[in-house]
Design a binder for this molecule. Structure first.
Ligand code: SF4
Length: 146
């Protein structure tokens, strides 16, 4: 059994590396995501960290409704993640509840482009909620039932 298979059987448990993509948000969700690693919320104490490259990430977090301009970039970023991988939609827009949903520029949310493993609702969701959802994924075996 390869390393990926071993991780799949036991879940992530100890750490989760996160790559974030802004797919057309208003920056509200970005501010909250950026805050999870500040000294107040200190997500790193749980083994959560934000990384610069999708090749180093286990999780892809996405905010915004996924505009038409960002859909292909989001697909390519997702393809660059290692395996196993998870996708988390952060904020109401990413969860498909954007007021501009379905207009000429905005898409249907992340689920219209990628398989979504978890949704963090809110406009924007708080750092506590984002951390709570990511921590819940750390003990989730992979692949998850869809
Ligand atoms: S969910 Fe709210 S805060 Fe987040 S991108 Fe959409 S409008 Fe902005």
């Amino acid at each position: 059994m390869g390393e990926a298979g071993g991780r799949a059987r036991r879940g992530w448990r100890r750490s989760l590396q996160v790559r974030h993509v802004d797919a057309g948000s208003c920056n509200g969700c970005e501010s909250e995501i950026a805050a999870i690693t500040n000294p107040v919320y200190d997500a790193q104490r749980y083994g959560l960290d934000i990384v610069a490259s999708p090749r180093h990430a286990d999780v892809l977090t996405v905010s915004g409704p996924v505009t038409r301009q960002m859909a292909e970039a989001l697909r390519r970023t997702h393809a660059a993640l290692g395996d196993p991988q998870l996708v988390v939609a952060v904020g109401d827009c990413a969860c498909g509840r954007c007021p501009f949903r379905g207009t000429y520029a905005a898409g249907e949310g992340v689920a219209g482009v990628l398989p979504v493993d978890a949704e963090v609702p809110g406009c924007p969701p708080t750092p506590e909620e984002i951390v709570r959802h990511l921590r819940a994924l750390m003990t989730t075996p992979w692949p998850r039932p869809r």
